[in-house]
Design a protein around this ligand. Structure first.
Ligand code: XMP
Length: 509
């Protein structure tokens, strides 16, 4: 096991993830873990993460100093190297010039850590303090313009310190530095796989849950689906999944979820058909924010009713991923600074007084997808586009009416069908239809028509923060338009949204 001690850096999980990519088993420990515990767990190396604190602060988080006596290699990154400086007899000071962003590093001596790397490298820094005097036994093996002690090494004891962040993509060949530490210094074996993760995770779930019952709100999206499959693998029928059909889902969505989870995985799945409840609460409402709030509130009400009907439940499971966690609050005494609250975390469990079970909270999206594949979820479910919580409710502009939803569902099904058939579905971030309650004149056969408009929204994006409209070939768009107008009653015009985000958003409401 490679131990990563967490001092609250945003990048701790990125370090763990890079180690998993190297097929080495790593575990994240709270920074206060005892050296005795690490020894008991048989760790082969220790990484001290970065963190938002300053080692000069009075209440700076400090590790158990005895970990330097375990006889295993230690790598300090950013805050971690300053800790080594402080605890092993060096000196740390506030630097006049804080070093943020890209910087050029020059290698003086390669040693085991920088083996195979070129003399000059671009690295990614983010620190205010710096090591002004290195501890005895160490030597400087690389420097940048702003820090003469950028990388330090004590080859004899296997202690290394890196002032920048080798784990982030912006640090050129940073992964090789980590690999050098893992394989060259710690002599780790590359034998860890996602299948091992399933074993570890299911064991942890069993330990945490015992013989208690767990409930999970299944949305059919990737995260909740993978969480459901994983937890079911661990505890079988102690898990109950609740799927709320809010009437705002895509065509045949409920049936697909039932087929996968009930028929294939034999999960105890309760489907709540609450379309009427949602639609009556939304009657006459046109404001997008109010629509979202109502849908959110009714969801909680329906979900709570469902939980009550199930009886004694101790845990609420959620498919929270690491990016959701880090954007959320300072949780469990984790010193990570608050960035913003996220809509997936919190709220529900507090009100329902249940313990949280979040087996995916250390993973990134692409890892969750791999995990889902390993668990046997259908590819279609794993690679689907994001779908907003309020569903088609924010894709019917203005007041939501049954008739509009019927039209939108059919048009959307045609769009997705053609996108998949032509191989464009996988290439874009999202593709969906928007219903416009606007009537325009058309002519079909010899007859005048007066029907509704459907807009196509197809975007490319990396993370939904920014997006651009996708340049889908005209012939593909032509087929989509023809099919929608011919097959969906009530539509006589299809338009294409060619706005980027910003200034537009991906969804229309
Ligand atoms: P916007 O429209 O803000 O959307 O550009 C960014 C991404 O978020 C999705 N989205 C949501 N996802 N609950 C969600 O889980 C929501 O309320 C919600 N609203 C938007 C949207 O589909 C896009 O991928």
């Amino acid at each position: 096991t490679l131990a990563v001690l967490d001092f609250g850096s945003q990048y701790t999980q990125v370090i763990a993830r890079r180690i998993r990519e190297c097929q080495v088993y790593s575990r994240i420990y709270p920074y206060s873990v005892t050296a005795a515990q690490l020894k008991k767990d048989g760790v082969c190396g220790i990484i001290l993460s970065g963190g938002p604190s300053s080692v000069l602060a009075k209440n700076a988080p400090l590790p158990d100093k005895k970990l330097f006596k375990l006889g295993v290699p230690v790598l300090g990154i950013c805050y971690g190297v300053q800790l080594m400086g402080k605890l092993l007899g060096g000196e740390v000071a506030r630097s006049e010039r804080r070093e943020y962003g890209r910087g050029a590093m020059t290698v003086k001596k390669k040693g085991a850590l920088l083996k195979g790397l070129p003399k000059k490298l671009q690295v990614w820094n983010s620190h205010g303090d710096k090591l002004t005097k290195i501890p005895a036994g160490f030597e400087v093996i690389a420097y940048t313009e702003n820090s003469e002690n950028s990388v330090i090494a004590d080859e004899k004891r296997g202690f290394y310190g890196i002032q920048f962040h080798p784990e982030v993509h912006h640090s050129e060949r940073g992964v090789e530095i980590l690999q050098n530490f893992l394989f060259g210094v710690c002599k780790c074996k590359a034998d860890w796989k996602m299948a091992n993760y399933i074993e570890e995770a299911t064991q942890l779930i069993r330990d945490q849950v015992g013989n208690k019952r767990v409930i999970l709100g299944l949305s059919g999206g990737v995260d909740s689906s993978v969480a459901a499959a994983l937890i079911h693998r661990a505890i079988g029928d102690q898990l109950t999944c609740v799927f709320v059909d809010n009437g705002l889902l895509r065509l045949k969505e409920r049936e697909r979820v039932e087929q996968v989870f009930r028929d294939h995985f034999h999960v105890d799945l309760r489907v709540i058909k609450a379309g009427n409840r949602f639609l009556s609460a939304l009657k006459g409402v046109t404001d997008p924010e109010r629509k979202r709030k109502i849908i959110g509130k009714v969801f909680i009400d329906v979900f709570e009713d469902a939980v009550k009907s199930i009886g004694e439940v101790d845990f609420l499971a959620q498919g929270t991923l690491y990016p959701d966690v880090i954007e959320s609050v300072a949780i469990d005494g984790n010193p990570a600074a608050l960035i913003k609250s996220h809509h997936n975390v919190g709220g529900l469990p507090k009100r329902m007084r249940m313990k949280l079970l979040e087996p995916l909270r250390e993973l990134f999206k692409d890892e969750v997808r791999r995990l889902g594949e390993e668990l046997g979820l259908p590819k279609e479910m794993i690679w689907r586009h994001p779908f907003p919580g309020p569903g088609l409710g924010v894709r019917v502009m203005g007041e939501i009416k049954r008739k509009y939803l019927t039209i939108l569902k059919q048009a959307d099904a045609v769009l997705l069908d053609e996108m998949k058939r032509t191989g464009h579905y996988e290439k874009v971030w999202q593709a969906f239809c928007v219903f416009l309650p606007v009537k325009t004149v058309g002519v079909m056969g010899d007859e005048r028509t007066y029907d509704y408009v459907v807009a196509l929204r197809i975007v490319e994006s990396q993370d939904a923060m920014t997006a651009d409209w996708a340049h889908i070939p005209h012939n593909v768009l032509g087929v989509i338009s023809n099919r929608i107008i011919n097959e969906v009653e009530g539509v006589n015009r299809v338009v294409l949204d060619i706005s980027s985000k910003p200034p537009s958003t991906i969804e229309w409401e």
